[in-house]
Write a protein that binds this ligand. Structure first.
Ligand SMILES: Cc1ncc(COP(=O)(O)O)c(C=O)c1O
Length: 426
């Protein structure tokens, strides 16, 4: 219990919200009790600037072992030569790679935001976009989700990018990493994948690993499908050198360049409670049960997408290969994503409004809503539960202005959810 009753009330209210509703935001998940315990542990008290065995503070006999454990687990999970587990989150992980490899004015080719890319992939509102020159690629066919690889190659030949970035926050299909690699190798670009959304699917063996196709760097968050604490990580192929010495800027030296870019380049002391929680989560993701989880996430998404489409909803790319779906609610029901998100919220179903490719509506009132299955799968939902979930989604959207109906659905959602505890309850 917290001493401050106002803050305790807020914590209780959030506990209740998470228990009584269903989390369908594809970037969210429910962590295990062990991950929560690690986050709330005394490691939060410790400063440990530097890297294992090379710290600027004393008292590191335990932190060094924890960080080394997290690094070794991460390397094994993703077949990397090196892992930096210190990034505070996904955005600084991406910035650190840019700053490790680029000079101001250098070019990066990344996915267009409205076609699924992330803000940190060059949105004009970010700091990186002021420093570097971002060029966008898109899908060739939004009905199938196929990327315009010919267009990407033309852009690469014309602009000679220093980085080609594959990765997304809202793209429901598998990328063809071999095609990215062929183009990147032709122009001598660093091949970077931002796997924030699908890291858990890669670790679970149900999505392709970009390293198997010659990628040099993978950035990720640790809190989405990977089901760890909020945080980031950078995985690299290459030679691991001494981070205290500036190496030559070669692709082989990327691990050291990245380490130096995180600390002392961008961050100070790593958050050791968070790194303990990452170590716990990576250990959990190495267990056979996690493979089953990852498989179930994808089967659930596939089932949910098919039922929603059968119910008349337009999904961008007409389905999904991974954990996420993007419904075009404008075309499906002539409402915008903000109206849809609010109606679903009232029914206890949490989603987020999202732009669709080349959306004609603005980001605060976009045409789509994005949803996914990582969190409900953690709670134990199986494919047979997707029919019920699809019905609630469908009924809530069709009755978006009927508060009584939405409240009725909320009660059904609450009753049903009570059969599916959060992992931290058990
Ligand atoms: C692909 C991708 N990269 C980076 C990020 C940024 O991560 P964070 O919010 O942890 O900074 C996200 C977050 O949604 C993401 O989807």
């Amino acid at each position: 219990m917290l001493n401050n009753s106002y803050l305790q009330e807020l914590l209780d209210a959030e506990q209740k919200r998470q228990h009584e509703g269903l989390e369908l935001i594809p970037s969210e998940n429910y962590v295990s009790k062990d991950v929560l315990n690690a986050l709330g542990s005394v490691f939060t008290n410790k400063y440990s600037e530097g890297y294992p065995n090379r710290r600027y503070y004393g008292g590191q006999q335990n932190t060094d072992k924890v960080e080394s454990f997290a690094i070794e687990k991460a390397k094994l999970l993703f077949r990397a030569d090196h892992a930096n587990v210190q990034p505070h989150s996904g955005a600084p992980a991406n910035e650190a790679v840019y700053s490790a490899w680029l000079e101001p004015g250098d070019t990066v080719i990344a996915m267009d935001l409205s076609h699924g890319g992330h803000l940190t992939h060059g949105s004009p509102v970010t700091r990186s976009a002021h420093l570097y020159n971002f060029i966008r690629y898109k899908m060739k066919n939004v009905e199938t989700g196929e990327i315009d690889y010919d267009g990407l190659r033309e852009l690469a030949l014309k602009h000679k990018p220093k980085i080609i970035l594959a990765g997304f926050s809202c793209y429901p299909r598998e990328l063809d990493y071999a095609k990215f690699a062929a183009i990147g190798n032709e122009v001598g670009a660093l091949l970077m994948a931002d796997m924030a959304h699908i890291a858990g699917l890669i670790a679970g063996g149900v999505a392709k690993n970009p390293f198997d196709y010659g990628f040099h760097v993978i950035t990720t968050t640790t809190h989405k499908t990977l089901r760890g604490p909020r945080g980031g990580m950078i995985l690299t192929k290459g030679h691991v050198g001494n981070p205290l010495k500036a190496p030559e800027k070669t692709i082989e030296n990327i691990p050291t360049l990245v380490d130096r870019s995180i600390f002392p380049g961008m961050q100070g002391g790593p958050h050791m409670n968070n790194i303990l929680a990452k170590a716990v989560a990576f250990d959990e993701a190495s267990q056979p049960a996690f493979k089953e989880y990852a498989k179930q996430v994808v089967s659930n998404a596939n089932a949910l997408a098919n039922i929603l489409m059968k119910n008349g909803f337009k999904l961008i790319t007409n389905g999904t290969d991974n954990h996420l779906m993007l419904i075009d609610v404008k075309e499906s029901l002539d409402i915008d994503g903000s109206v849809a998100e609010k109606a679903l919220d009232k029914a206890g179903l949490t989603t987020n409004k999202n732009v669709i490719p080349d959306d004609k509506l603005p980001p605060f009132r976009p045409s789509g809503i994005r949803l996914g299955t990582p969190a409900v799968t953690t709670r134990g939902f199986k494919t047979e539960h997707m029919e019920k979930l699809a019905t609630w989604i469908s009924e809530s959207l069709k009755n978006h202005d009927d508060d009584k109906k939405l409240d009725k659905i909320r009660i059904q959602v609450k009753e049903f959810s009570s059969n599916f505890p959060l992992p931290s309850d058990t």
